[in-house]
Design a protein around this ligand. Structure first.
Ligand code: NAP
Length: 448
């Protein structure tokens, strides 16, 4: 193990870390350019991340003046880890090559391997000469909005920037590694009452849900609103539920088994629909939807909360969008950030225009929103939905679990941290929140 990892593990001061040499390489989880066609001809579900994700040593890149190197104590699996690993909808090497053509610093990213991962919690071990506000030794989490702050289009809402990218998905040197490279404007303070693995699973999904449901850039929820949340115990859904509750609104969570119903109830979500038990068949066949099934969902929602949803939190895409547009209230909003089941969407437009509904697109978050979302964790208004932890060596298996919807909440990945449970420096806040609330998604740890 390198001296710097040992020093970070030992809790060395910033001064000591700054004087400790860095290795020339780091362990990292990669996809390889030469393998980008290995799944050709297979159905999505048969494309196996365990075949395409590799743990190997990679060279540490040169650091730009506005960047920092961070020892990653823990990271997480996001759905974009799955997309990258199955090379869908396109190989992410396309993104790296485009970035590579942009600038001297961009060219570092266009390699024949990609270090993936869009979340991290760890310790800053080097800062570039232009970095202000952060120092070696700072404990941080990392959000994944990668923008060029010299581009004028990034200076209203940085998510509108023409060259906005997702770190570790559309860039190289992501978080599933022992050492990662980030822009300084991706750094946020680590919530001190959380362990490394709890702190590592939030930034991507929490910030996305925050922008969709809290920020004025999304479909901000108002007190008393009814909000239908698909995949409510999944990555983004579990944060969506918490933001809706914090806003004084009423979440209606949709999930697919009884254990998930129980998780949501424990989180404080009173109204839950088990979609497997209700056996909705929105699609009669591959091409035809069934309005009577949309209507059945609408009736179920009214039976639970007395009204139609003001907002629908949408991301499954093709499977559910027709139903989402139909069940939204007159003048309501369907806010969407994804299309897991297919991005060629069909819905009945009459229900949209005649009832004055809006479909609002949303994507990750700008730095301000990510910071505000991080603050909800620091303030313990939101708890991390960590359900399981895998070591870096088993990232492929963890991605497989998410690909096949066999997980709840978020899966954490231990990188440089030697074991789970480390990193808490504010025991009082932790005690105040309580272990039970912090482990709602870890039912196995609680004998559930
Ligand atoms: P996740 O942890 O896998 O959760 C997704 C949930 O969706 C699952 O738990 C599942 O819940 C539900 N679901 C899956 N297929 C469904 C279907 N056919 N019909 C109804 N529900 C279905 O993934 P995630 O992290 O929440 O991400 C969800 C999607 O959002 C992914 O496509 C991801 O790439 C995207 N995303 C986009 C952004 C962005 O910035 N644009 C950010 C984060 C995530 P049940 O089986 O329990 O119903």
């Amino acid at each position: 193990m390198s001296e710097i990892l040992e020093a970070v593990r030992a809790g060395a001061s910033g001064e000591v870390l700054a004087g400790t040499p860095l290795p020339t390489t780091t362990r990292a989880v990669v996809v390889r350019r030469e393998e980008q066609n290995i799944f050709e001809g297979l159905a999505s579900r048969d494309k196996d991340p365990r075949r395409s994700l590799h743990l190997q040593e990679v060279t540490l890149p040169e650091m730009a003046p506005d960047e920092a190197l961070v020892v990653v104590m823990a990271s997480s699996i996001n759905f974009n880890t799955v997309w990258t690993s199955i090379f869908e909808p396109i190989s992410t090497f396309t993104f790296l090559d485009r970035l590579g053509r942009e600038s001297y610093w961009g060219a570092r990213h266009a390699l024949d391997y990609q270090v993936i991962g869009s979340d991290a919690a760890g310790v800053v071990v080097r800062i570039g000469s232009a970095v202000r506000g952060w120092k070696v030794g700072d404990e941080v989490t990392v959000h994944c909005n990668h923008v060029d702050d010299q581009d004028p289009s990034s200076h209203d809402d940085s998510m509108r920037a023409s060259n906005q990218r997702i770190w570790g998905f559309e860039t190289n040197f992501g978080g599933l590694a022992d050492i990662t490279l980030v822009k300084a404007n991706q750094l946020m303070p680590k919530p001190a009452h959380l362990t490394w693995e709890e702190a590592a699973v939030n930034a991507l999904c929490n910030s996305t849900a925050y922008r969709m449901l809290v920020s004025r850039n999304g479909a901000p929820v108002t007190q008393g609103d009814r909000v239908l949340i698909w995949g409510a115990s999944g990555g983004i859904g579990s944060f969506a539920v918490q933001h809706v509750l914090n806003s004084g609104a009423i979440p209606i969570g949709v999930v697919s088994n009884a254990a998930k119903v129980e998780t949501l109830r424990e989180l404080g979500c009173e109204h839950v629909i088990d979609r497997q038990e209700r056996d909705y068949r929105f699609w009669k066949d591959e091409h035809t939807q069934d309005e009577s099934e949309w209507r059945r969902l609408g009736k179920d929602i009214r039976a639970l909360v007395g009204d139609d949803p003001d907002i629908v939190f949408e991301h499954p895409g093709r499977a559910t969008m027709g139903a989402s547009v139909f069940v939204a209230k007159r003048a309501g909003t369907i806010v969407t950030c994804a299309a897991t089941s297919g991005y060629m969407i069909e819905y009945d437009n009459r229900h949209l225009w005649m009832k004055l509904k809006t479909i609002k697109g949303s994507h990750f978050s700008n730095y301000r929103e990510a910071w505000a979302a991080n603050q909800t964790l620091i303030d313990a208004k939101v708890v991390p939905p960590l359900s399981a932890v895998f070591p870096l060596e088993r990232t492929g298996e963890a991605a497989y679990e998410v690909h096949h919807n066999r997980h709840e909440g978020k899966i954490g990945i231990l990188c440089a941290a030697e074991r789970e449970g480390l990193g808490v420096s504010d025991a009082a806040t932790r005690a105040h929140v309580g272990e039970r609330r912090l482990t709602i998604f870890r039912r196995h740890d609680r004998g559930g």
